[in-house]
Design a protein around this ligand. Structure first.
Ligand code: 6PG
Length: 479
């Protein structure tokens, strides 16, 4: 077989197939490979006219079809299937070749694979790709890690197939070495979970407290989407809420089982945050809310527990409440993003990735699931001040929260009084209030730890580590 393809894609399920088509539509010759060759043939039969495809039935033919340095994208399931594909291809590759893993892999796996392949002279580029099937085809947001050298060969192609932000900038950048790409994608998904949870809570409050039916709530989200909340997730929320189930004529949202599933990237975001010591309570609440929703038997057993039954508000009050929910949603969203960016900064420090937080916000402006007008403002905040301690320290965001906070608190009072759960809103407000508190009860925690375990404490008025002789005369000794 002649060496003709500039890039190869192995793993032609929907994401891989659409990515391959995206490369081809952008003028690249694309080698194709799939474990079951029927899929490869199908792609060529259905979309062959879109560009130049070089189908290969064996790993050897696939690799032989690629120009050097070879660039091959693997789009298979995270975990063992990825290792299996790497084991198949690696012996066929040469120094300088590049394997790009476009799945949602865990950064620890990516770091391990990168190290193993580096020893063989092969670049391994763990790459976050966001935007679902449509994004893969029309332009995703792309978050490649790996070596800077691999980006030199790969970057221009990724820039071509990536989504373009409103200012025309491609939504891709070399985010950092080894596992940085998959780490950034993981945090993107954690933020996605939080965003979706907050939107879900806003919906439930509008439904149960304000008393609006789904169709009207869809209209409210549509209106919000013309303002500062303008985002893909708000847009599709309006679509989902206005959809009517053909079989029953009822709102679609009322016939779908209320048990949210998850593939795991949100959970990983929280697990890693726990290890890094970063308080991502909004993302954690989103993960827990999904898992709580799935505990059907526990929910069934708990339905009779005491609590208020929400009473819908009158029309004028409902409209006022809806405005307040918008404020609460916006303020909670800022806090969630602040938490996600905090985790990005902590991961960057831990792994020495030197992530450019402004550049990450910039490549999330288009193509990805959390794309939003808002991200341009985050980019600007980091561009203005690259050492920004938190998004909450940015003057503009701080001012917006200051304006929103009365409504944010009122919504939570209303939710609590009416017994409507709003864990994401509440976690975000608690995080905000904890950060701005002069004193936290952590001093008491330290006292308790010292009491039962002689774990020592520090003082506010002088340096050193101290212990109180709790079982004795309660005098203090320097530890
Ligand atoms: C994206 C999405 C994508 C996917 C997740 C959703 O950025 O394109 O985040 O990665 O939709 O798998 O994950 P859950 O199944 O965990 O909700």
């Amino acid at each position: 077989m002649s060496t003709t393809a500039q890039i190869g894609v192995s793993g032609l399920a929907v994401m891989g197939r659409n990515l391959a088509r995206n490369f081809a539509r952008n003028g690249y010759a694309v080698a194709l490979h799939n474990r079951t060759p029927a899929r490869t043939r199908e792609l060529v039969a259905e979309f062959g006219q879109e560009g130049t495809f070089v189908p290969a039935e064996s790993a050897e033919d696939f690799v032989a079809a690629l120009e050097r340095p070879r660039r091959l994208v693997i789009m298979v399931k995270a975990g063992d299937p990825t290792d299996a594909v790497i084991r198949e291809f690696a012996p066929l590759l040469d120094t300088g070749d590049v394997i790009i893993d476009g799945g949602n892999a865990h950064l620890a796996d990516t770091r391990r694979r990168e190290q193993e392949l580096r020893a063989q002279g092969i670049h391994f580029v763990g790459t976050g790709i966001s935007g679902g099937e449509e994004g893969a085809l029309h332009g995703p947001s792309i978050m490649p890690g790996g070596s800077a050298e691999s980006y030199a060969s790969l970057g221009p192609m990724l820039e071509k197939i990536a989504a373009k932000a409103a200012d025309g900038a491609p939504c891709v950048t070399h985010v950092g070495a080894d596992g940085a790409g998959h780490f950034v994608k993981m945090v993107h998904n954690g933020i996605e979970y939080a965003d979706m949870q907050l939107i879900g809570e806003a919906y439930q409050l509008l439904r149960d407290v304000a008393g609006y039916p789904p169709k009207e709530i869809a209209g409210i989200f549509r209106a919000w989407n013309t303002g500062r909340l303008d985002s893909y997730l708000i847009e599709i929320t309006a679509e989902v809420l206005s959809h009517v189930d053909a079989a029953t004529g009822r709102p679609f949202v009322d016939v779908v089982a209320d048990r949210a599933e998850q593939k795991g990237t949100g959970r990983w975001t929280v697990q890693l945050a726990l290890e890094l010591g970063v308080p991502v309570s909004g993302i954690a609440e989103a993960v827990f809310a999904r898992s709580l929703s799935g505990h059907t038997a526990l929910r069934e057993a708990s339905r009779g527990l005491a609590g208020p039954t929400p009473r819908a508000l009158g029309d004028a009050e409902a409209a006022r409440f809806a405005d307040r929910v918008e404020q609460a949603l916006y303020a909670s969203k800022i806090v969630s993003y602040a938490q996600g960016f905090h985790e990005l900064a902590a991961g960057s420090a831990e792994y020495d990735w030197r992530l450019d937080l402004g550049a990450i916000a910039a490549i999330w402006r288009g193509g990805c699931i959390i794309r939003a007008a808002f991200l341009d403002r985050i980019r600007a905040a980091y561009d203005n001040r690259p050492d920004l301690p938190s998004l909450l320290s940015d003057d503009e965001f701080a001012e917006e929260i200051a304006e929103a906070q009365d409504d944010w608190r009122a919504v939570l009072v209303g939710a609590t009084e009416q017994g409507v759960p709003a864990p994401g809103f509440a976690a975000a407000l608690a995080h905000y209030d904890a950060l701005r508190a002069e004193r936290l009860p952590a001093a008491l925690t330290q006292g308790q730890r010292d009491f039962f375990g002689a774990h020592t404490y520090r003082r506010t008025d002088r340096e050193g580590t101290f212990h109180t002789l709790w079982g004795g005369d309660r005098s203090e000794v320097e530890a």
